[in-house]
Design a protein around this ligand. Structure first.
Ligand code: UT7
Length: 328
């Protein structure tokens, strides 16, 4: 059983940070950032909480879908940067959108989160015939966890939100969700309270390098190596079992981390870069938001059309990776 995408929406914070703005914090330059990552600018949440950006994106998706919020049976939200440990962001978005009949929970699979959530929502729709619509919302404010003294990571990320309303359909859908937890130490950020109480007070060694406690830490080169393999693997795991080859896909929508990672993945899949959606130049890496944001923008621009075959492929902290192949 597959899905129909009824509507998508996004929200982007007002503030834009250009590459040159980073020269105020670290020794870097526009040329290095452009050529090593493809990023030109990114949005940064200022006053906007993560749940607020998610609610705005959700409201836009519901309006596009033209449905009544009361008919939504499920809200799954994805974030690695929630404002609250509890309540969940999903519950806060439920209150804002008026989706009063929905189950609501958060999911954290880092940058693969949207593909994980989409597949999970599809499975709910498949097994509960009373559930009419599902709402998936990705919202992130990476900027609040960045170490602005670490030039190799702070220049990469951006903030924003994107959402999608789906219903069940008979169209084929093939997916694969995977993780390799042994790579957790390559990309992590501690919860603030835990960082202070366990690390500082008891000196407990959990094996994670002690960097700037709750700030995001990344071993860029190792994550890069993982990413270039994970993207093609996520595609093949999802597509091979459905007998779908790379050349059958109209659009690949990859996680937007670094254009060089996407170019290597395209080469390894034997597919032209013309078939890859790239939006990271304007938004940087927005974690779980990057795939739905790229999808939403490409649909709005008329690039992605009904009936075309899509491959969503993601990778991220955890480490996680995931692929979903279906018709728009
Ligand atoms: O969704 C999360 C997933 N994360 C990712 O996908 C990130 C994956 N990794 C990457 O995209 C890349 O590894 C980076 C963009 C993080 C780094 O690019 P790189 O080509 O792998 O650079 P590098 O780490 O090999 O560093 C090369 C040089 C170093 O200087 P030395 O040691 O050669 O003198 C760095 O210190 O570039 C230096 N460098 C910078 N220079 C100017 C690192 N960051 C910067 C910077 N500006 N912002």
């Amino acid at each position: 059983m597959g899905i129909n995408i009824l509507g998508m929406g996004c929200y982007l914070p007002e503030q834009t940070l250009k590459n040159d703005d980073f020269t105020r914090f670290v020794e870097t330059n526009d040329e290095w950032i452009r050529t090593r990552t493809g990023i030109v600018e990114r949005r940064m949440a200022g006053w906007e909480p993560v749940w607020y950006m998610g609610s705005k994106a959700a409201g836009n998706a519901i309006a596009k879908a033209g449905i009544s919020p009361e008919d939504i049976g499920l809200i799954i939200t994805t974030t690695a940067t929630s404002d609250f440990h509890t309540p969940s962001m999903a519950c806060m978005i439920q209150a804002e959108t008026g989706a009063v009949n929905a189950a609501a929970f958060d999911m954290n699979a880092a940058c693969s989160g949207f593909v994980y959530a989409l597949d999970t929502a599809r499975r709910f729709l498949e097994t509960d015939e009373n559930m009419k619509y599902a709402l998936i919302v990705a919202s992130e404010a990476l900027s609040r966890f960045l170490d602005f003294e670490d030039r190799s990571s702070c220049i990469l990320f951006g903030d924003g939100a994107a959402a999608m309303v789906i219903e069940r359909s008979d169209k084929p859908f093939s997916s694969a969700l995977r993780a390799d937890g042994t790579g957790g130490r390559l990309l992590y950020a501690r919860s603030v309270g835990v960082a202070e109480e366990i690390r500082v007070d008891t000196d407990f060694d959990d094996g994670f390098p002690e960097k700037r406690l709750h700030k995001l830490y990344q071993d860029g080169r190792e994550v890069y190596k993982f990413a270039t393999k994970a993207l093609p693997k996520a595609f093949h795991l999802a597509a091979d079992k459905a007998g779908i080859a790379p050349e059958d896909i109209d659009w690949f929508v990859p996680h937007q981390a670094n254009v060089r990672i996407i170019e290597t993945a395209a080469k390894n899949l034997g597919v032209s870069m013309d078939k890859f959606i790239v939006t990271l130049d304007h938004y940087g890496n927005t974690s779980s938001v990057s795939i739905p944001l790229a999808l939403c923008e490409s649909v709005e621009k008329g690039l992605i059309k009904r009936g075309q075959k899509l491959a969503l492929i993601g990778f991220g902290a955890g480490l996680t990776y995931a692929g979903a192949v279906f018709e728009y």
